[in-house]
Design a protein around this ligand. Structure first.
Ligand code: ATP
Length: 191
């Protein structure tokens, strides 16, 4: 049975923290494939106005270029509106009916899982995987959710930090892959 990972987020922009936990997920969960699924509009950031989707997608594709096991899935962008996890997980269950699905989430999310749209159905369809981040304690999964926490590789980088550094004229070359830093510069993003 294939084991498939789904990594949702704003990816505004993708950074090395995302890529390191993605690698940990692949190794620790023995994933056949991992899909990065950028949100059109995150339900957790209702007031945020993300960078236009084509730019976020372009940066993600640059970050994942050459990877055989990970790819970008733009389905939430194509659907538009607020991006709900249940819609995306249902799509994966339809496309990969025999696969075991793993949905990656931040360490702050488990307590809120019962409030996610169609929570019972969601809990039945996927196992949830908490991504480690420095300074974040392990929290239990509320029933009926099943899950576990990855061990590697916590890195204290966030997209908001990358955006703030670009705005302040500070270098980001060690925080995002070089082709991503170059595209951010060339397209004058986050200024
Ligand atoms: P922002 O700073 O704008 O809130 P972010 O860096 O948290 O963004 P998102 O695109 O919102 O990035 O993150 C997608 C998912 O990846 C979320 O579940 C988030 O918790 C997780 N994540 C982001 N950065 C890291 C990191 N450095 N380590 C572990 N998980 C991370």
């Amino acid at each position: 049975m294939d084991r498939i990972g789904i990594f949702g987020g704003s990816f505004d922009p993708v950074h090395l923290g995302h890529l390191l936990v993605a690698q940990a997920a692949r190794e620790e969960l023995d994933l056949a494939r991992l899909f990065f699924v950028p949100a059109a509009q995150s339900p957790f950031k209702p007031d945020a106005r993300p960078t236009p989707a084509p730019e976020r997608l372009r940066l993600l594709r640059l970050a994942l270029a050459g990877e055989t096991w990970s790819e970008v899935d733009d389905q939430e962008i194509r659907r538009g509106g607020v991006s709900y996890t249940i819609d995306t997980v249902r799509d994966y269950a339809r496309r990969f009916p025999a696969a075991q699905l793993f949905y990656l989430i931040g360490a702050d999310h488990p307590p809120q899982l019962p409030e996610w749209r169609e929570a019972d159905e969601l809990a039945r369809m996927a196992e949830f995987v908490v991504l480690p981040r420095p300074g974040q304690a392990d929290v239990p999964f509320p029933a009926p959710f099943r899950g576990r926490r990855l061990a590697g590789f916590p890195l204290g980088v966030s997209s908001s930090q990358v955006r703030a550094r670009v705005k302040a004229g500070l270098p980001i070359g060690r925080l995002v892959p070089e082709p991503v830093a170059e595209a951010i510069r060339n397209n004058r993003l986050y200024l």
